[in-house]
Ligand binder design. Structure first.
Ligand code: GTP
Ligand code: MG
Length: 295
């Protein structure tokens, strides 16, 4: 029996969360077209007859402006240290850039087998894929290289089989029936945050935190109250929208997904509050569950 850990690391927007969802065949990590979607580690567990592979999705590594972003980068750096294999996930449809060099350096320093996961190949013609791929191959001695489309591809058995070869023998770390060990309330809050990312622009989604304030469930339904925190009153106005229209839309979109997660009817109430400069306040960042924490 093989049993081990794989970190998914890379720049923001490369498709790490899309890939972890595809690997575990369940939506455990939120995804958006905007960079810096993932803020903390998300674990996804794949079990086969002869192996358990524990994947960890990480925040995209980027130039930090706030304490929150520093802690997001630290989270990624910390996850990379404690695994058996690193998947360096890159957006193969854009040329190699200085941000890539920085991530590559970090990954190199870990001294572990690194797979180049060359993603988004559905966006390019074959010749261009080969050309971009070549520019990556020259930069580092990757243990394995997999051109993929996390979005369009259904079968990742080659990748999983190859990964197993790099894992130690051992017993599973997690029970076979769990896909993710992230707490349910955190997953619910993340779903709401995903809908905010989807329906707002520029700084608003990045200034937003979501916490679950109350959740009461019986066999048929759950009643949930969630608090959306923003940094400025103008952002509060944007989230609420004209006559409350945007908040209502966020609530409707989120409720549908939360119902899928919990398998019961959901009654969701959203509140919005201003929490000035929370992204630079460690106590708040920890309370909301984002980024690296040594507690
Ligand atoms: N065309 C195409 N789009 C993709 C693919 N994989 C991911 N995307 C899109 O790329 C965007 C970013 O995807 P995410 O999975 O959120 O990226 P991430 O690396 O987790 O980003 P951060 O959490 O910000 O670090 C989304 O719009 C995805 O739909 C792919 O294989 N092909
Ligand atoms: Mg992500």
């Amino acid at each position: 029996m093989k049993s081990g850990f794989v970190a998914l690391a890379g720049r923001p927007n490369a498709g790490k969360s899309t890939l972890i969802n595809a690997l575990v065949k369940e939506k455990i990590a939120i995804v958006s077209a905007k960079p810096q979607t993932t803020r903390s580690e998300i674990r996804g567990i794949v079990n086969t007859d002869d192996a358990q592979i524990v994947f960890t999705d990480t925040p995209g590594i980027h130039k930090a402006r706030h304490r929150l972003e520093q802690r997001m980068n630290k989270e990624a750096a910390n996850v990379i240290q404690g695994v058996d294999v690193i998947y360096m996930v890159v957006d193969g449809s854009v040329p190699f850039g200085s941000g890539d060099q920085y991530v590559l350096q970090m990954v190199e320093n870990a001294g572990l087998p690194v797979f180049l996961i060359f993603n988004k190949i559905d966006r390019l013609k074959r010749e261009k894929v080969l050309k971009n791929l070549q520019s990556w191959q020259e930069r580092f001695d990757f243990a394995e290289i997999f051109p993929i489309s996390a979005l369009k591809q259904n079968d990742f058995s080659d990748l999983l089989e190859t990964t197993k070869k790099y894992l130690p023998d051992g017993e599973p770390f997690f029970p076979k029936d769990i896909v993710s060990d992230n707490p349910e309330n955190f997953r619910i809050a993340e779903i709401i945050r995903e809908k905010i990312l989807e329906t707002t622009e520029e700084e608003v989604p990045h200034s937003t935190a979501v916490v679950i304030e109350a959740k009461e469930c019986d066999h048929n339904s759950c009643t949930i109250q969630a608090l959306i925190l923003v940094e400025k009153s103008g952002q509060k106005g944007i989230i609420i929208g004209k006559n409350g229209a945007r908040l209502k839309r966020i609530g409707t979109l989120a409720r549908t997904d939360i119902e899928k997660l919990l398998g019961v009817h959901v009654y969701l109430t959203l509140f919005v509050r201003v929490e000035e400069e929370w992204r630079d306040r460690d106590s708040r960042i920890t309370e909301y569950g984002y980024g690296y924490t040594d507690e």
